[in-house]
Design a protein around this ligand. Sequence first.
Ligand code: SAH
Length: 252
Amino acid sequence: MIHFVGAGPGAPDLITLRGKSYLEQADVIIYAGSLVNPALLEYAKEGCQVYNSATMTLDEVIEVMDAAEKDGKTTVRLHTGDPAIYGAIREQIDRLDALGYEHDVTPGVSSAFGTAAALQAEYTLPNVSQSVIFTRMEGRTPMPPKQSIEEFAAHHATMVIFLSAGMLDTLSAQLIAGGYEPETPAALVYKATWPDQKVVRGTVAELAEMGAENNITKTALTVVGWCLGNDYELSRLYADDFSTEFRKAKHS
Ligand code: SAH
């Protein structure tokens, strides 16, 4: 059995109870060493074989899983944040299916939410943004058509931008070219939930200098949108003239 497990954004106590229990049972752990907090490996039992996937190819990862399956062992594939976001799990799952091995996925707290917590932000503020776009800039992985930063910026939704902290000057220019006003609030969160977390607030126009002044070039998310500003409407859910399934309106 192969368990794909979300490690959470960094702080070791942000893994789920299920994820921790799989780590404790695992005979083999393959962890994404570039971003997973190694403190999580302390949950591994004695004799557990531990591999860092940062130095491995897909074929090598599959070989380790294949050998473990042939020995009847349990493997945990530990991915940073939530495995569904830039986790490259699909290519592993397809290979495991071809080999006929069982697998499941345990979700994790994405760094998108570790970052929201660090900012104490609500991404979906009433009348400001009711949608969140998780995206990235084009790097070695090309962006599919109709998914450029400019095209997304036109929506004025909350944007959480991964894998782009090394290209903040271009990011800022593309956001503005797409229609975000230069003064739109923006934040840069480095290593959300880790002890050396940094939170920098500013505007879309200031992103490059926010990064440069704080030496942030990787392991950071950029959040953009007026949800980081101060104008919004109170939610209908808690309004006193609003009835819900659980609560009658106090007045209409
Ligand atoms: N599956 C992960 C994302 C993997 S992509 C998740 O759900 O969080 C790797 C990118 O995620 C990094 O380049 C960075 O942009 C972001 N990232 C991962 N951990 C982070 C953290 N603790 N704080 C800020 N950004 C982080």
